[in-house]
Design a protein around this ligand. Structure first.
Ligand SMILES: [Zn+2]
Length: 580
């Protein structure tokens, strides 16, 4: 292949990669794809790598629409092929042929930031809609201004999170904009005698319900129901005094299904809504709003957790009353992530009490926090696709996510030295007048350049920073290799300083002696660097001088420490730890 042909192929692969991943291609992924398509290029990796870096940069400058247009124009068959590949990885949706169009929805309540626990719903709904060339809807379910009160900031945060995940919705709805629709259908059902306005005391109603008996409101005439309904809307009832119930089966084995509540009163003065203020006093409950919307929005496949199974049974009654067909429902098992903070109420309480520094506090599993730590959306997506929509509960650990992420970022991140809690090491007996350590930014990609450290001993002496965590290796008489530099023999291991004598130069000698390798920095060089750890503690230390050239959002690997995302580069560097 000529250079021009290779660049052409890279361009195609990079554009496809960007189109599939929210507009951002990744050099590592592009290389992988290129080599799997053209294995003959494997021996030319070093030569190709800079081309990839350059082309990926160019492609990422384009908007998502521009990228898509280029692909559609030049390689329309690629879009189809990519989709088929994804299709193979996920089980088919049931009964697709019954629907004109596959429509899925993700419907969060914007009362909290969303987190890893929502990833399954988001990624599966988005993937399936793409697989069938369908529509992915984002629907904000914000109709409980009393107990699950939404806040304006979360609407935007959720939109941003979806976009980051590469799951940008085709359409968006907000339930608080749709109140007249919920009212209209309530009126219809009251008129047709399939619903009633219940004004019984909660306790009394519960007793009757458990005894499988109708309350006195149930069989009143539709005109009386409509009068009560008007009174509800006009403010004739206080909070808790009236509720619209859907008639189901009073003998249903599950009491939660019997005549469930559809709309209730919330005091608009006490509980104004963040978007529509005090305009409404009657608010739909979850099953009413979601059930109506799923029908009106032509949702073909509801993909959600199995905790919603009872909701399906409830809603099927209302669908029958209206003469509608219930969509296909796929209920996946619980996805547990050990060690992650996923309880909304605990997160909200923690935020109120000032336990967390923000929605991106690294102790949280919010997408904002994961983003800040350098977790790639593609890692989350791949993990979720591999888990799929199965019914069984799945337990994942942080380590599972890290290994997906590591695979993605390892080929693309450059290596640097970061000496945590530095301690001074004095080395004497160096025979060379000057030494140079030239270390590649990435061991497999020398074309990316090198970090160079010039060492100029004075009277055969030089001092270094080494990490306190390596202290245990410093035992008298032991030989240690300063990575890519030389080997020293330990003379003294004091509380504040370590002393050693130059031993030998080459890596072979170190290997023969089984000498441990440690990283280092010349004393009086480097940049102060704080790494924010996942438990919010700080790893304080010094990063090598070249880190000054880094930018916010760069992801690096600090050798022998771990991957981190650069958060700020000023006089000092702040980084967020991703994983080892
Ligand atoms: Zn009643």
């Amino acid at each position: 292949m000529t250079d021009e042909e290779i660049r052409g192929t890279i361009h195609k692969v990079a554009l496809m990669n960007a189109v599939n991943h929210g507009g951002k291609a990744q050099a590592g992924a592009v290389m992988g794809k290129l080599l799997s398509e053209k294995p003959a290029l494997k021996i030319r990796v070093k030569e190709i790598s800079p081309h990839i870096e350059e082309i990926v940069k160019e492609v990422n400058k384009l908007s998502q629409d521009e990228q898509k247009k280029i692909v559609e124009k030049n390689w329309p068959e690629m879009l189809v092929r990519e989709r088929i590949e994804e299709q193979k990885r996920m089980p088919k949706l049931p009964n697709v042929e019954r629907y004109e169009h596959v429509v899925t929805r993700f419907s969060p309540n914007p009362d909290c930031a969303i987190h890893l626990g929502s990833a399954r719903a988001i990624v599966l709904c988005d993937e399936y809609s793409r697989m069938y060339d369908g529509t992915f809807i984002l629907r904000f379910e914000d109709t409980d201004p009393r107990l699950k009160r939404s806040a304006l900031m979360f609407y935007d945060m959720i939109r941003e999170d979806l976009e980051w995940l590469g799951c940008k919705p085709d359409k968006e709805y907000i339930q608080s904009d749709r109140m007249p629709i919920y009212y209209e259908f309530a009126e219809k059902l009251l008129k047709s005698g399939h619903a009633y306005v219940c004004i019984c005391k909660t306790e009394e109603f519960k007793k009757l319900l458990l005894a499988r008996k109708a309350c006195p409101c149930r069989d009143l005439s539709p005109s009386k129901q409509l009068a009560r309904w008007a009174k509800m809307l006009e403010g004739g009832f206080e909070e808790g005094e009236a509720v619209v119930r859907v008639k189901t089966d009073l003998n249903h084995p599950n009491p939660a299904v019997r005549d469930w509540p559809a709309l209730r009163i919330i005091d608009p003065e006490k509980h104004p809504h963040p978007r529509v203020g005090s305009r409404y006093r009657v608010w739909p409950l979850y099953n009413w709003a979601a059930g109506i919307d799923d029908h009106l929005m032509s949702i073909s496949h509801i993909i959600r957790g199995k905790e919603h199974l009872t909701n399906q049974v409830r809603q099927e009654f209302m669908y029958r009353h209206f003469g509608w067909c219930y969509p296909e429902a796929i209920h996946y098992g619980r996805l547990k992530i050990t060690g992650a903070y996923l309880s909304k109420s605990k997160i909200l309480a923690g935020m109120r009490e000032g336990m967390f520094t923000g929605w991106d506090d690294p102790r949280l599993a919010t997408f904002a926090a994961l983003r800040r730590r350098g977790i790639q959306p593609e890692a989350i997506r791949r993990m979720i696709i591999d888990v799929g929509p199965k019914k069984e509960d799945v337990t994942l650990s942080w380590e599972n996510l890290y290994s997906y992420n590591r695979k993605l970022i390892d080929p693309t991140t450059n290596r640097y030295f970061f000496v945590r809690e530095p301690i001074r090491l004095d080395v004497k007996g160096i025979t060379q007048e000057s030494l140079m350590a030239k270390i590649p930014l990435h061991p497999d990609h020398h074309e990316r350049g090198y970090r160079t450290f010039k060492i100029e001993p004075e009277k055969g002496r030089v001092s270094f920073h080494v990490s306190t965590s390596d202290r245990d290796l410093f035992r008298k008489g032991m030989v240690i290799r300063l990575m890519e530099l030389f080997n020293v023999k330990i003379d003294k291991s004091g509380a504040k300083t370590l002393e050693a004598t130059y031993h030998s130069h080459g890596y072979e000698e170190a290997k023969e002696l089984d000498a441990p390798l440690i990283h280092w920095l010349p004393l009086a060089t480097g940049v102060p660097c704080d790494v924010v750890m996942p438990d919010r503690s700080l790893a304080k230390g010094v990063a090598e001088q070249k880190c000054k050239e880094l930018h916010t959002n760069d992801i690096v690997q600090f050798e022998r420490f771990g991957f981190a995302r650069i958060d700020a580069v000023n006089e000092a560097i702040v980084a967020y730890f991703a994983h080892r």
